[in-house]
Design a binder for this molecule. Structure first.
Ligand SMILES: Nc1ncnc2c1ncn2[C@@H]1O[C@H](COP(=O)(O)OP(=O)(O)OP(=O)(O)O)[C@@H](O)[C@H]1O
Ligand SMILES: [Mg+2]
Length: 72
């Protein structure tokens, strides 16, 4: 296993205007795998890649409590 997420979340904004850009992403990428992320505009592709790259600071425990990014 090279990269794995469990229940990865990223919420933007505050209630009642919260945008759930990522709401529980389980992902496992093996060494040597070629992975493409696709989806409609606004579906969270850039948010996912930014989080995987560590660019977005971890949120308050409430919204990221179940999320982990592993690099093995
Ligand atoms: N900085 C931000 N503040 C608030 N909402 C945001 C922010 N960045 C993204 N969003 C919202 O999060 C959702 C996912 O956006 P994201 O940019 O990850 O989608 P995307 O799949 O990359 O879209 P595109 O194909 O247009 O690049 C959208 O509803 C977007 O409006
Ligand atoms: Mg994008």
């Amino acid at each position: 296993m090279v990269l794995r997420t469990e229940a990865l979340k990223k919420y933007y904004g505050k209630d009642p205007n919260t945008v759930k850009a990522l709401d529980g992403v389980d992902l496992a990428i093996q060494e040597g795998e070629f992975v493409a992320v696709f989806g409609t505009s606004g579906s969270g592709k850039s948010t996912l890649l930014h989080m995987l790259g560590g660019w977005i600071r971890r949120q308050a425990a409430r919204s990221l409590s179940a999320a982990r990014i592993f690099r093995e």
